[in-house]
Write a protein that binds this ligand. Structure first.
Ligand SMILES: Cc1ncc(CNC=O)c(N)n1
Length: 230
């Protein structure tokens, strides 16, 4: 049996929930973006969807090495060997995902080799690269990893809810990130992040919170490329 937790431990162990409440406006800005709402209400501009598809393919190619860097941090720093399995399962689905992007792009007539990364995408990929540095703590990288996956899960799950008018040709895309299995995987990532955040020093805790906010901002800018960019 575990001993009684201190108040501080209890508070920190649900850090992600605490932060989601604290930053709920920016979180819903990322998960209920006008682009996602346009898919959900069936008014989506299919050219905007194609833009998203091409840009996201480039992002996912940069995301895979980021996840690999989290795997390395878990191997070196984690206090729980099951973390590696969760991260590895994420890497395995990225393999599928890259193949899916290629076949989906072919379906929509998007030439992936000709897609030029837009500024928001470049900025996001550069941010991911900064998180790959060995100087970035496992806890900080894990928080970012959870947030990146959770935004897509929440966004696309919204397009599958009862009453949504998602066009039939987009439901497969929405299911890719909105399905229950992906939801479970995000819960596993959240559990790891919460466990780590619960035992991290305050300076690392602050870094993780700032990193979470940066992820949410990058996600909003990423959606903006397809819809409503200024
Ligand atoms: C911009 C962005 N954020 C999160 C995801 C979801 N993770 C992997 O697929 C994604 N594909 N693209």
């Amino acid at each position: 049996m575990e001993g009684k937790k201190t108040r501080e431990e209890v508070e920190k162990s649900g850090m992600i929930d605490t932060w989601m409440r604290k930053h709920r406006l920016i979180y819903s800005g990322a998960t209920k973006h006008p682009f996602i709402l346009s898919i959900r209400d069936g008014t989506v501009d299919l050219e905007a969807f194609k833009t998203w598809l091409g840009q996201d393919y480039i992002f996912v190619r940069a995301f895979a090495p980021f996840v690999a860097s989290v795997l390395i941090k878990a191997w070196k720093e984690s206090d729980d060997s099951s973390d590696m399995e969760v991260i590895l399962s994420g890497m395995a689905s990225l393999n599928d995902e890259i193949a899916w992007f290629k076949s989906e792009a072919a379906k929509w007539g998007v030439q992936l080799s000709e897609v030029v990364p837009q500024k928001a995408n470049q900025d996001y990929c550069r941010f991911l690269e900064s998180l790959m540095s060995p100087d970035v703590e496992y806890t900080v990288a894990m928080t970012a990893f959870w947030a990146i996956e959770a935004v897509y899960q929440a966004s696309f799950a919204l397009c599958l809810e009862d009453g949504s008018k998602t066009p039939a040709e987009l439901t497969e895309t929405c299911r890719r990130w909105g399905n229950d299995g992906f939801g479970q995987y995000c819960n596993s990532l959240q559990k790891i992040a919460n466990r780590r955040l619960g035992k991290t020093p305050d300076d690392v805790l602050s870094k993780a919170e700032v990193t979470l906010l940066r992820v949410l901002e990058h996600e909003v800018e990423f959606w903006n490329m397809s819809h409503g960019s200024a």
